[in-house]
Design a binder for this molecule. Structure first.
Ligand code: PLP
Length: 420
């Protein structure tokens, strides 16, 4: 198998199908071996749900050998058709990363654990992490499952609840990983445009596929930064078909500082609430995330994990995440820092007469109206500023991540040079 993590990464999921090209004798032989790696329970479940043996091979290729689910071959996170961000760009505000590293207590905890790294588990670091989640979110111990980042459980949720018979419904535009995983597996995908206020149109999402296996709600949404009201999500949960799941991806929730959906987990609803440490916690390269959901849902998702991903987390990442999660004051301070940099930038854009979608997260979208977003991205590169990409539904709209105040000043200066 090709190195799925080759090259540097951005947050974007691959638009490409994964590495195992179907058809060749070698790929058929390796698929057979892969299928053997799936547990009997997983095989039965997949065949019952309408997957063919060939699709089983694909699922096994992604999950059974311990490869990260999101790493669907190289380029796993590369932007479609656009070169990866130049690592040499002075200002990197294209990939929705944090402008700075982990919170100080997280750094200290990660460093402190390194000398004990000879042990698989010097103490119960995984348990300590789950207890921190319980403390902050109120979810019971057996409702929390840590994972290395949230891309992996996001793809696993698609495999667990979607099939050729039960599709996926997502918004448009939104984070594409769920949609691409479902398409690659052969599950039907419906993409439903956001409402005029850029929140998820939950009624249209249900109408798009009343028998869907999974409804993906990203709030705040990537790329718009808009928060979908919890009342709308509650409506979807109450009205969705039996046996389906509403996946609420709260990757950016700390940047918004709004109430979260975790109470629906505690209430035992058919939801998965998903978090990552790649955003406000500044840990994208350290790979930590978790899901909160009912134990029976965790057990189903684990069929395609075998403990390889969720059970063997790097100690420094676990320790860093545990110490960061409870640092409430520092989280608020970081959010405030982002809001100040964002406020300054939006003010500048307003003065320049540019249209920006209202946002409640560390990203905003600029509509260049007459100029393709790819062209603007290339123009900013000449200023050593790496902005984000666009989504096919809005080809003249670029996503820009909010960096530090200095980075955003450099962005504004670059804008004044390229947008005259
Ligand atoms: N969910 C959303 C909405 C994202 O934007 C991202 C990354 O950008 C992820 C999930 C995955 O993040 P990670 O795998 O780093 O946890």
């Amino acid at each position: 198998m090709a190195d799925p993590m080759g090259g540097h990464r951005t947050e974007d999921p691959s638009p490409q199908p994964p590495h195992c090209k179907a058809g060749s004798a070698t790929s058929r032989a390796s698929q057979k071996t892969m299928i053997e790696l799936l547990s009997g329970e997983a095989k039965d479940d997949l065949l019952d749900r309408g997957f063919s043996r060939r699709q089983l091979g694909r699922i096994a290729a992604v999950f059974s050998v311990g490869a990260a689910a999101a790493s669907l071959g190289r380029p796993a996170w590369a932007s479609g058709g656009i070169p990866d961000p130049a690592p040499s760009a002075k200002v990197r505000i294209g990939a929705n990363e944090c402008w700075t590293g982990p919170l100080a207590p997280g750094v200290a905890a990660a460093m402190a654990i390194i000398p004990s790294g000879n042990r698989y588990e010097p103490k119960d670091q995984r348990g300590d992490f789950i207890k921190a989640v319980m403390q902050v979110e109120g979810a019971p111990y057996d409702h929390v499952a840590p994972w290395p980042g949230s891309s992996d459980p996001l793809s696993r949720a698609v495999v667990t609840f979607c099939s050729p018979n039960r599709g996926l419904v997502t918004a448009d535009p939104t984070f594409e990983l769920a949609g691409r995983t479902a398409e690659w597996l052969g599950a039907p995908v419906k993409r439903v445009p956001l409402k005029a206020d850029y929140t998820h149109d939950v009624k249209a999402m249900l109408a798009a596929d009343p028998n869907a296996g999974l409804f993906y709600v990203c709030t705040p949404n990537n790329p718009t930064g808009t928060v979908t009201p919890l009342a709308d999500i509650e409506w979807l949960v109450a009205n969705k078909p039996a046996g389906s799941i509403v996946l609420i991806d709260e990757a950016y929730t700390h940047f918004a500082g709004v109430p979260t959906a975790s109470y629906m987990v505690t209430a035992g609803k058919d939801v998965i609430v998903m978090r990552t440490f790649s955003k406000i916690f500044g840990m994208a390269g350290m790979r930590m995330g978790y899901v909160m959901t009912r134990p029976d849902i965790i057990a189903k998702m684990m069929r395609y994990d075998g403990g390889m991903q969720s059970g063997a987390l790097p100690l420094p990442s676990l320790a860093c995440a545990t110490a960061s999660l409870t640092a409430a004051d520092l989280i608020v301070a970081r959010r405030k820092e982002m809001q100040e940099a964002r406020g300054m930038t939006l003010e500048h854009l307003k003065k320049r007469g540019l249209t920006v979608i209202p946002t409640n997260a560390n990203m905003f979208m600029i509509d260049w109206k007459t100029v393709p977003a790819g062209k603007m991205q290339a123009a900013f590169r000449t200023q050593s500023v790496e902005i984000g990409r666009s989504w096919p539904i809005w080809p003249t709209v670029s996503r820009v991540t909010v960096g530090s105040m200095d980075e955003m000043k450099a962005f504004c200066a670059g804008l004044d040079k390229v947008w005259t």
